[in-house]
Design a protein around this ligand. Sequence first.
Ligand SMILES: Cc1cc2nc3c(=O)[nH]c(=O)nc-3n(C[C@H](O)[C@H](O)[C@H](O)COP(=O)(O)O)c2cc1C
Ligand SMILES: [Mn+2]
Length: 537
Amino acid sequence: MAPGGSVPPARQDTVGAVVRRAVRRVLLPTLRRVPSPTSDLREWIALLEKEGELVRISAEVDPDLEITEIVDRVVKSGGPALLFENPKGAKHALLINQFGTEKRMCMAFGVEKLDDLADKLGEILELQPPQGLVDKVRSLGKLKSIADSMPKEVSKAACQEVVLTGDDVNLDLFPIQRCWPLDPAPFITLPAVITKDQATGVRNVGMYRMQKIDRRSTFMHWQIHKDGRADLRAAPDGRIPVAVALGLDPVTAYSASAPLPKHIGELMVAGFLKGSAVQLVKCKTVDLEVPANAEIVLEGWVDRTDVGIEGPFGDHTGFYTPPEEFPIFRISAITMRRDAIYPSIVVGKPPAEDEWLAKATERIFLPAIRMSVPEIVDYDLPTAGTFHNCVIVSIRKSFPGHARKVMHAMWGLGLMSLTKSVVVVDEHVDVHNYEQVFFYVCANVDPARDILLSEGPIDQLDHATTIQAYGGKIGFDATAKGPDEGRREWPQEIEMSPEIRARVDARWAELGLAGAPSGPDVQNEARARTLTQLLRR
Ligand SMILES: Cc1cc2nc3c(=O)[nH]c(=O)nc-3n(C[C@H](O)[C@H](O)[C@H](O)COP(=O)(O)O)c2cc1C
Ligand SMILES: [Mn+2]
């Protein structure tokens, strides 16, 4: 390096680096600021429209099967949200496919990528006793954001502009879809169903399909492992009040589908993810509170002895779930906004719109899973595995049998316990790169040694098990095994040396191969991406 000159080269670099860092950290985020989560469905629709992510359809379209066929084509081609303004036979518009792409899911949460959600939650979960003043102030800020997330009660709400009771209660007002040809009736598919534990008063919110029976009643599809079902089971007099909120802001709607432990409030998590508390208003005919920003609210009762045969229903498993006994929801009031918009979703053979609800859950729950199983680096629930059929997990392996420990942990963790198969790989494997995972499963597994068969609770919707909701589990240990696990010497994986890679990188332009990938990693990544995209389309 030549000595002299007015500014020493090292100093110049440092100033340049500082400026570059400032631009990257301060200016760029301001320029491409992602909009914050929206406060209600109408603001969300306006945002979608502004961003070219929503198409209004004014032609009359039939909620009986026809909407499904249109939406299925749009979802599978990565198309926009749809607002059907004239559904046949109904008084209200229908919004669908609001969650159907990764981009819209990120818009809903006001993040650039879904992984940012994990970072946000991880910061809170990993709160440590603060060291020093700066740390204390930062921790206080985080604690305040939790306190500010608790739902708040308000006295007036748009969702009660119209109140219908008695004979005026009429589900025929809404464009409830019959989704698939063998469905016996229309189903409400995107509800936030609110109940309370009668003993503790703890509120639960869950998303459970509701088959329409008549103008004033539906089934309530509370599966046996779910919190809503537990609230009914525990009711001292066998009946509980129920409120159903339809047409929420997208984050609160998502929170109803989140598999949280029973004592953790879905609406608190929604408030935290939104950055503002969910506002609640008291119901008119039952002792419950509902999100004030809802478009439509159904109030009523469910009684353990008041049951009927629900289904079949074309489900997210890709099959029809067979008819089965479920409780009936008797509606005592419908409250709503004037010109309320009815929200819907169609599930079916994957990929469907619910894929991105599941992917949001996968990312949001990573830090929580790491709290119990810290050796987990990352995990992936393949869409084709319909949430509960398969989980791929990468671990920092540090003792014999470690992969099996993680399999058992997954089978013991909340609703993850329902998963049928667990694939465990080493930390350097990209769990989202299915081709890479397949390589390690094929290469590293000795089927006589590395497969763990077990049994346990299985998702109630699973049709493959002999007994409903109980069956087999399989674990694949695709990690490297060495002498510490009593195996012969494990071979080394092939890798080019860093020096040669750097040399070829430096010479790439000279070779006249410009435009081609400049190294094996880039190459593999590019191939993996196309494969993942194919799987997701
Ligand atoms: C679109 C959609 C439909 C769903 N339908 C049902 C259903 O009919 N019954 C059910 O038990 N779970 C259903 N789920 C899953 C539950 O919403 C999920 O397990 C949630 O954690 C339940 O809340 P809980 O844990 O408070 O019971 C559905 C999820 C989605 C995304
Ligand atoms: Mn719950």
